[in-house]
Design a protein around this ligand. Structure first.
Ligand SMILES: O=C(O)C(=O)C[C@H](O)[C@H](O)COP(=O)(O)O
Length: 215
């Protein structure tokens, strides 16, 4: 068991470890360990593996063995996703939105969750349950940094990890907001570099992201 308050405290710790959480799509399990090593070496220790590909759970198993990394599962949608993620060794979860069934499953499984919200009402529903750290998703499509700044005025007690359409350029706009802890983004592990096994390029992208200033 984990309470929403405990889950948010852990989520906050994770979000403070680096300015960017890489959102990772793994198509070939052989890429998992070297990709995680490159991201960690570049300064991004917290890794979100999306459960969107057939080998995602195997990738979590592989990445969980990489020294210095903290591996979680993204795209958690169902209670079964939560059980699978925990069995694979994920130590945190991320979801695009939130349902009572999903929140119940994470709390029962003891998995700290970074739950998604896109509107003030969604954020307030999560806050009511005790989740003070949330993912703002899809960030750019939902109005970007100005929208999150707007939500932050009446709801300053909620802290966010904006994700969805975030890149090296616009990340600064989010990171300078007082209600942003870090951002999530897939640009640090681009498909072409991963397919080519260009881990040096991934490490360079990670290092650029790790050097982003936080407000
Ligand atoms: O599947 C999930 O649970 C997710 O976390 C979705 C991701 O947040 C976005 O797909 C990342 O968006 P980009 O950085 O724009 O590629």
């Amino acid at each position: 068991m984990i309470t929403p308050q405990e889950a948010s405290a852990r989520a906050e710790q994770l979000c403070r470890m680096a300015p960017i959480i890489p959102v990772i799509v793994v198509n070939d399990v052989a890429h998992a360990a070297p990709m995680a090593q490159a991201l960690v070496a570049g300064g991004l220790p917290v890794l979100e593996v999306t459960l969107r590909t057939p080998c995602a759970l195997e990738a979590i198993v592989e990445m969980a063995g990489v020294r210095g990394g903290v591996v979680g599962a993204g795209t958690l949608v169902t209670p079964q996703d939560v059980r699978n993620a925990v069995d694979a060794g994920a130590t945190f979860g991320v979801s695009p939105g939130a349902t009572d069934r999903l929140l119940d499953a994470c709390e029962e499984a003891g998995l700290p969750l970074l739950p998604g919200a896109a509107t003030a009402s969604e954020a307030m529903a999560l806050l009511e349950r005790g989740y003070t750290v949330q993912k703002f998703f899809p960030a750019e499509a939902s109005g970007g940094a100005p929208a999150l700044k707007g939500i932050g005025a009446p709801l300053p007690q909620i802290r966010f990890c904006p994700t969805g359409g975030v890149n090296l350029k616009n990340a600064i706009d989010y990171l300078s907001l007082p209600n942003v802890l870090c951002c999530g983004g897939s640009w640090v592990a681009p498909g072409d570099k991963v397919a080519a096994g260009d881990w040096a390029a991934v490490e360079t992208l990670a290092a650029e992201a790790a050097a982003l200033p936080r407000g």
